[in-house]
Design a binder for this molecule. Structure first.
Ligand SMILES: [Zn+2]
Length: 558
């Protein structure tokens, strides 16, 4: 027997299995001497695997992970409320009791209950108690009966079975079926016993065997005998080839066979994915195990108020997570989602460019995320999310910037302009990444700021909104001449020279937008000088100023 059992990184399913395995090991034993995480693999002391109740640990880990998602969890909460309710004679109360009974009488619970009934150390029967519940009239009797039911529902074996029924039918069967407790022939058997016999014992026998056989496992390359080989068909969408190989060309003998170790690993896939609303998510950062763990650690926050089914929303959460983590160390990553509705995997690559860009804009994004909501006529908008999506699809941010600046004209909301500055700054970082550095915009922003000050001095501050609107419109239509026309008229009326930086952009529409928005931002108050003596404001300083000002603006609005 080998001292260590090796699990190597593989495709995304195998990798999800490894993350699941690590969660399981964590549950069993966090002692470092019992497993080693190395570059692309994890090694587990074979003795630990042999001596552990792997099925028990599997069930415990699954329940820990998915408890909140379970209908049973709601039932347990509900019954407490029903016990506490004072007015038990109310019509609605009776309705609630009926609903509780109906929920608990669902097929999966009932068959589950049948399989464990004989193992319970109580003479009370759950379904008898439920029947009795509905005929009782006196409040005290109802309370007493509900307490009995509650005790039963919290009985270790019942609780575990009912939770596992929910998890099997709503979580696990998204990833694998037709094995263990999800095999139809096993519906009437105790889930734990079935799993122990079909997965755990098979693994343990295999690990103990000295002669493992002459065939090769398609996944890990370990030796298997004809007896120990397992068809991979229990894993959903395991291989596109599979359906094809299961045709008469291959003599109806798909040649994808697993060893018991891989079988065990693949049953852990549901622990490697994270459920978010109606999707499961796995981030396959497969350049090292360390990164894989890092990217899949911690739960992603899901805002219950939101439309969680929205794919964009999900993606945003991923980007947000990437943004919060130190993403500099990861190259291309594969984001795999499995939608419950569509019942298929979806693969997306967040490439190196996006990852680097997120890293570059980390500061701005974090600031934006703090004050991300803006209320417009349609309700709340999350500007931070909108910016993330723009970055993901590599879209220019000017359109969003224009919209927000226009919105800012009609509102006293000071921090809209702060958001605008951050968005502009992010767009600049994108440009800097492709070596299109242009320091001109600081000067032009300063010019814009001075124009506004002059207008205020001349008592023309009422006109700034109208002029801003015209400038934004010209920018939106990419009408360089019209924009210049507005600035020239303004310069004449203020007796100033037209900003040099602006003229220089006449022939380049991209540079025009860049400089034009800088001017409008300055004009709208998005530029600050440290003190009167300061001649030039460099990028760093502007940034600090913006941040400082942003903070103050944000605090005022809290
Ligand atoms: Zn294998």
């Amino acid at each position: 027997m080998k001292e260590w059992t090796l699990f190597r990184m593989n495709d995304f399913l195998g990798n999800a299995g490894i993350i699941g395995l690590l969660k399981l090991l964590n549950k069993i034993d966090s002692k470092a001497e019992n497993y080693k995480i190395e570059d692309m693999q994890v090694e587990v002391r074979t003795k630990l695997l042999l001596e552990t109740d792997l099925t028990g640990a599997y069930f415990d880990t699954l329940i820990d992970e998915y408890e909140e998602e379970c209908i049973y969890n709601r039932i347990l909460k509900k019954i407490i409320l029903l016990i506490q309710e004072e007015n038990k004679q109310d019509k609605n109360y009776q309705k609630e009791l009926k609903a509780l009974k109906k929920d608990l009488e669902s097929n999966r619970y009932k068959t589950g209950y049948e399989t464990i009934k004989d193992k319970l150390d109580t003479s009370n029967d759950l379904y008898e108690e439920l029947k009795r519940l509905l005929v009782l009239k006196e409040s005290d009797e109802i309370t007493e009966c509900l307490l009995q039911i509650n005790t039963l529902l919290n009985h270790k074996i019942i609780k575990e079975t009912f939770y596992m029924k929910d998890i099997a039918y709503f979580i696990i069967n998204n990833f694998w079926e037709s094995k263990s407790f999800l095999n139809r022939n096993n519906t009437k058997k105790d889930m734990k016993e079935v799993h122990r016999a079909e997965i755990e014992e098979v693994l343990k026998q295999y690990l103990k065997a000295e002669d493992k056989g002459k065939n090769i496992c398609v996944e890990c390359g370990d030796e298997i005998s004809g007896k120990s080989s397992i068809s991979s068909s229990f894993i959903n969408d395991f291989s596109e080839d599979f359906a094809r190989k299961n045709s008469n060309y291959w003599n109806f003998k798909p040649n994808c066979f697993f060893c018991p170790k891989c079988l065990f690993l693949y049953t852990l896939i549901p622990l490697g994915f994270t459920k978010m609303g109606q999707n499961f998510l796995f981030i396959n950062a497969n350049d090292s195990l360390e990164n894989l763990i890092f990217m899949n650690s911690g739960k992603l926050e899901v805002d219950e108020q939101k439309d969680n089914n929205n794919y964009h929303y999900l993606y945003n959460q991923v980007l947000q997570t990437l943004n919060e983590k130190n993403i500099g160390r990861v190259s291309n990553i594969q984001v795999i989602t499995r939608s419950i509705e569509e019942n298929e995997y979806r693969f997306d690559i967040i490439n190196n460019y996006i990852l680097t860009l997120l890293g570059e804009c980390k500061k701005e994004l974090q600031q934006l995320s703090k004050y991300s909501y803006i209320k417009d006529t349609e309700g709340y908008r999350n500007i931070y999310e909108e910016v993330l999506l723009h970055l993901l699809y590599n879209q220019e941010l000017y359109r969003l910037l224009n919209e927000l600046l226009c919105f800012g004209l009609n509102t006293k909301n000071e921090y809209v302009i702060h958001s605008c500055k951050l968005i502009y700054q992010i767009e600049e970082r994108k440009k800097n990444m492709i070596n299109k550095t242009n320091k001109n915009y600081y000067r032009v922003a300063r010019d814009g700021n001075e124009y506004r000050k002059s207008m205020e001095i001349n008592g023309k501050d009422d006109a700034t909104v109208g002029i801003s609107y015209k400038m934004l419109n010209a920018l939106k239509c990419q009408d360089c001449n019209q924009f210049l026309d507005i600035v020239i008229r303004l310069s004449n009326s203020l007796k100033r020279n037209v900003p040099k930086g602006l003229i220089a952009t006449l022939n380049d529409i991209e540079e025009f937008k860049r400089i034009g928005y800088a001017f409008v931002l300055g004009f709208r108050g998005g530029y600050y000088t440290k003190d009167e003596n300061e001649q030039e404001l460099d990028g760093q300083l502007l940034e600090e100023k913006m941040n400082q000002e942003f903070k103050e603006g944000g605090e005022e609005n809290e």
